[in-house]
Ligand binder design. Structure first.
Ligand code: 4GX
Length: 286
């Protein structure tokens, strides 16, 4: 006789039906809460740092919800085995496809089938690099399911069979996908309406314009003998904006030639065509 694994939610903030009428003034944000499900063998790591600061406040306000599913609960045998030795030999262990598939299926049971509205994402150094553009798309959806791998990774067949998207946070190797999952959640949740208080528009920031950010300064005016650049104290807003743009371009050119090439290829430095910048529009440097 096969017992049906009962996925227990470890999330303190999981969405659950509320009994009776809701009090006034507690309506969800427009579009509803963004729902995140995390499949992990370490559910106790969540919400972790996501419980703090802006993401934590938004979680408490139910602008987003977090549900963790312990992958081990979907293992069939007595020892709750989630991994096995790699076919073909070699070091380490591989997460079993049957166990991982059961966990994914349980997570998707009450989620939209359409992957565009609710993708299943596996965090892995083999994935396509995560971009702010993908983060924006995810934030426009209803939710996402994140699979956190440990060991040498997950059996390839489960990724194929369940249409799993593989995303990488960068060219380095961690011990598991939990920290990348938290980073992805943070990046997505901060773009949801109501999460960033009155802070700067996210359209202004790094990557939205294809450039790294200009340097920032605050008081004191002189610190350890270093002065704030004079232009920033001038009150000339147009000249300040121009200075910042030049700084952003220099930094990008020097540190991120890949971003710089893309920026130039898409005419990022010719975009502004109003009176103030028309004189330099179209001018290409380096
Ligand atoms: N960006 N990790 C995945 C398991 C694993 C090992 C090998 C596939 C191949 C990572 C990253 C990352 C650690 C998550 C290893 N999966 N995830 N895990 N870099 O390093 O996203």
């Amino acid at each position: 006789m096969s017992e049906t694994p009962k996925p227990r939610s470890h999330g303190m903030f999981s969405a659950r039906p509320t009994a009776g009428p809701k009090p006034l003034g507690t309506d969800q944000a427009p579009g509803g809460a963004f729902r995140v499900k995390v499949l992990t063998i370490f559910p106790e790591l969540f919400p972790g740092p996501l419980a703090a600061s802006l993401t934590g406040k938004a979680l408490a306000e139910r602008l987003w919800t977090l549900e963790t599913l312990d992958i081990r609960r979907f293992a069939r045998n007595k020892h709750r085995t989630v991994d096995d030795t790699p076919a073909g030999g070699g070091p380490g262990m591989v997460m079993k496809p049957d166990v991982v598939a059961a966990a994914i299926d349980a997570a998707q049971a009450d989620a939209p089938r359409e992957r565009a509205r609710w993708p299943v994402i596996y965090l892995s150094p083999r994935g396509r690099p995560l971009t702010q553009a993908r983060v924006r798309e995810l934030a426009a959806g209803e939710g996402m399911t994140l699979l956190c791998g440990r060991f040498e990774g997950v059996d390839e067949r489960v990724l194929e069979a369940r249409g799993v998207e593989e995303l990488s946070l960068g060219d380095f190797v961690l011990t598991g996908g939990e920290i990348p999952a938290m980073a992805l959640i943070d990046a997505v949740v901060r773009l949801r309406p109501g999460v960033l208080g009155n802070e700067a528009s996210t359209e202004e920031e790094s990557f939205s314009r294809g450039l790294l950010e200009h340097p920032h300064y605050t008081r004191p005016q002189v610190w350890e003998g270093r002065e704030i650049p004079e232009i920033l104290l001038s009150g000339h807003h147009a000249r300040i904006a121009e200075w910042r743009r030049a700084q952003a371009e220099e930094l990008t050119k020097e540190r991120r030639p890949d971003l710089w090439r893309a920026y130039r290829a898409t005419g990022g430095d010719t975009e502004q065509s109003d009176a103030k910048t028309a004189g330099r529009a179209g001018r290409k440097r380096d």
